[in-house]
Design a protein around this ligand. Sequence first.
Ligand code: UDP
Length: 315
Amino acid sequence: MQKKTAVVTGGAGFLGSHLCDKLLSENLKVICIDNLLTGNLDNIDHLFGNEDFKFIKHDVTNFMHVPGDVDYVLHFASPASPIDYLKLPIQTLKVGSLGTHKALGLAKDKNARFLLASTSETYGDPTIHPQPESYWGNVNPIGPRGVYDEAKRFAEAITMAYQRYHGIETRIVRIFNTYGPRMRLNDGRALPAFVSQALNGENITVFGDGSQTRSFCYVSDLIDGIFRLLLSDEKEPVNIGNPTEITIKQFAEEVIRLTNSSSKIIYTELPEDDPKVRQPDITKAKKILGWEPKVERSEGLKITLDYFKKQLDKN
Ligand code: UDP
C-alpha cells in the first residue's frame, strides 16, 4: 500500500521535529517546511538521508507549493516562547493568520486533513481553573502576549470556517506547557532558563513571587496525544497537556535540586499579563482519545537535563 504523506509546517522546531519523528515511525512520508526563524536544522539533522523525509526551507506566510499527493497538513509553524513572540510580534501575527490561511489552502487543494497547533494561551489569564475546552478565555488583545494569543484564536476561527464552509477535515489541539529535548536553551522559557542558570552557577530568575502555576507535559506524551487526535473524528478543540500543576517557585527549586546547583533564586518583575494559573482539564482527551500522560516529571526532567548538559558542553 502506498504510504501516506504529511506536511509539517514548523517541522524543524521543538514540537515539529518530534512530530516528524513520530509520523515517520508510523510509516508516513513527511515533508517538513520551516523558515528556520526559531527552528533549527540540528533538530532534524538525523532525518536527512531518510528517503521518506523531505525538507523545504520556506516562510509559510507566503504561498506554499507542494508537489504530489498530501494526506495530512499539520500547522506547527510559529514562534512559541514569550520572549520569541515579544521579539517577533509581526512574524508571530503573520504566521498565525496568513500562515494558517496558506496551510489551510494547501489542505483544501490536496483534499488533506488539517491539524492546527493551538495553545492554552487561547485561555489567556484564565478565570476558570482548570481550563476545559468550553472556556472562551480571558485574553488582553492589545497586551504584549496578544500577538500570539490573538493570532492563535484567529487561527482556530479560520480553521473552523474552512471546516464549515469548505468542508475540509480539521482538528485543533490546544497545547499546554511542554518540555523535553530540542527545546532551545536560550528560548527564555522557565525550564531552559532555570537549567542554564543552575548549570552556570547563576542566580535563578523567578518572575514575580513565583506563586503562578504551570503544568508541564513531557514531549513524547504530547506527541502521542496529537497523533491520536489526528486520527480521531473530533472536529472541535482538544486540550493536550499534563494536569500535574506546580508553582514556578517550586519548579525552580526542583531544578536546583536535580542539578545539585548552588544557585540562589532571585525574584524579578512579573511580565505583563503573565497567567497566574494554568492547568489543562483533560477529561475530553481521556474520553475520546483514550489518552493521558504517562511520563512523570522526575523522569522527563532527567532526560531533558541530560540533553541540556550536552548542549552546554557543545557551546
Ligand atoms: N518564568 C520565570 N523565570 C524565567 C522564565 C519564566 O519565572 O526565567 C515564569 C513566567 O513568568 C511564567 C512561567 O515561568 O509565569 C512559565 O513561563 P514560560 O516562559 O515557560 O511559558 P508560559 O507558560 O508563560 O507561556
